[in-house]
Ligand binder design. Sequence first.
Ligand SMILES: Nc1ncnc2c1ncn2[C@@H]1O[C@H](COP(=O)(O)OP(=O)(O)OP(=O)(O)O)[C@@H](O)[C@H]1O
Ligand SMILES: [Mg+2]
Length: 268
Amino acid sequence: MPAMMMDTVDGSFAVETSGLVRRFGAMTAVDGLDLRVARGTFFGFLGPNGAGKSTTLKMLTGLLTPTAGTAKILGHDVVREPVEVKRRIGVVPEELALFDRLTGGEYLEFVGRMYGMPLSTVRQRSGELLDLLGLGGESSKLLVDYSHGMQKKVALAAALIHDPDVLFLDEPFEGIDAIAARLVKTILARLLERGVTIFLTSHILEIVERLCAHVAIIHQGKLIASGTMDELRHGVPSGAGSRMTLEDLFVSLVGNPDESTGALSWLE
Ligand SMILES: Nc1ncnc2c1ncn2[C@@H]1O[C@H](COP(=O)(O)OP(=O)(O)OP(=O)(O)O)[C@@H](O)[C@H]1O
Ligand SMILES: [Mg+2]
């Protein structure tokens, strides 16, 4: 039985934060965030540029220390139990930090060995992932010479190689072509069927609307909406919500009315 299924009995959430705060000097990027993501959920974490999405994701994955509050992954505290958390999660961060002087295959082998996987398993999974992502023919190319989209695909492969229980993806569709995007969606659907929790940020709201069962929107570091699409629509007064797309909801919740005219004096 996979580890994830065994410890669902403890009832903990895949992701749970309480009063999570991150400050950079005087600036508060994440401001008392309370989030709960049930296991096995495809969760879309949305917000305008600078809202605090990546900062939150970095705290959840151990890349940044919270200023205050707590965050738990599968019941494990990200600050007190960092190794257990890292063992259970896969991450595609906003800024990819790959090793330039390795080939894709070498990098995946390195990552797999870091997780303590047997070399034979690492090689098998690495080969399968690279082939699936259309990188099988690039075996001698160094990562520094990969295109942006190719680097993104390798980062995704590295996040998947140890079969994580919770997957954090910061803008996974940014910079990849339509064929790769479709492939990534298929892979994510398969992972979801296996019970993996997926925590995704994306500005492509059509994709989020189609894929994500639960959506949360943050604005200026604070949670301003959370729920299923239907629950978000019900939050809109006057009955207009029933026909709203996620983009409509997003703009109505975080759009600045002063900017809506889009006035540029020299375009008058
Ligand atoms: N290392 C840092 N030092 C100082 N300020 C930072 C740092 N990282 C993030 N910030 C600030 O925190 C705020 C939130 O940034 P964050 O990257 O979390 O936004 P985001 O929601 O991911 O935006 P985007 O959609 O543009 O990726 C921004 O005002 C940003 O300038
Ligand atoms: Mg970001």
